[in-house]
Design a binder for this molecule. Structure first.
Ligand code: S3P
Length: 164
């Protein structure tokens, strides 16, 4: 079975939805951030602090290549992975890309106190700019799901309807 890739901004529910979707579609679930942490034996936060964001982006690309060569996966991507046009094109060629679209206010309400997301440590106007820029690339996904005011179960049902 083709891989399904979930993209979207931090805190849009990719991991929660991804696990459910993997169960429902009998695919294996992979969270790219967790994969990177396990293989690199470092927390994402520490990779950002000690090696820098660019290094982290290279790691994302490296592990994505591995996933593109594996079948039958639901892949939950980090917010930056799916915001890179090259990554997006590769995922679309390889499988189905689903964008979980949420308003920035909803997202910030969910994750405002999360210390494990280094990109949140910047002024609100910068976060807004990043959000607007990224939406242009997320918008290239195979399908967009409006995830506002929906439970993970409802979102999974919508995805199943789209891909059937
Ligand atoms: C990032 C999102 C994070 C993680 C890293 C960078 C981003 O993943 O990959 O902190 O650039 O938006 P989540 O989208 O799961 O928060």
């Amino acid at each position: 079975m083709k891989n399904i890739y979930l993209v979207g901004f931090m805190g849009s529910g990719k991991s929660t939805v991804g696990k459910l979707l993997a169960d429902k579609t009998s695919r294996d679930f992979v969270d790219v951030d967790k994969l990177i942490e396990e293989r690199e034996k470092m927390k994402i936060k520490d990779i950002f602090e000690k090696k820098g964001e660019l290094y982290f982006r290279e790691l994302e690309k490296k592990y994505l290549q591995e996933l593109l060569n594996t079948q039958n996966l639901v892949v939950s991507t980090g917010g930056g992975l799916g915001a890179d046009a090259e990554n997006m094109n590769q995922m679309k060629k390889n499988g189905i890309v689903i964008w979980l679209d949420l308003n920035l206010n909803t997202i910030l309400e969910r994750i405002k106190n999360d210390e494990n997301r280094p990109l949140l440590n910047q002024p609100l106007d910068k976060i807004k700019k990043l959000f607007d820029e990224r939406k242009k690339v997320y918008g290239l996904a195979t399908y967009r799901i409006n995830a506002e005011n929906k439970t993970p179960f409802q979102i999974v049902e919508e995805i199943l309807n789209k891909i059937k």
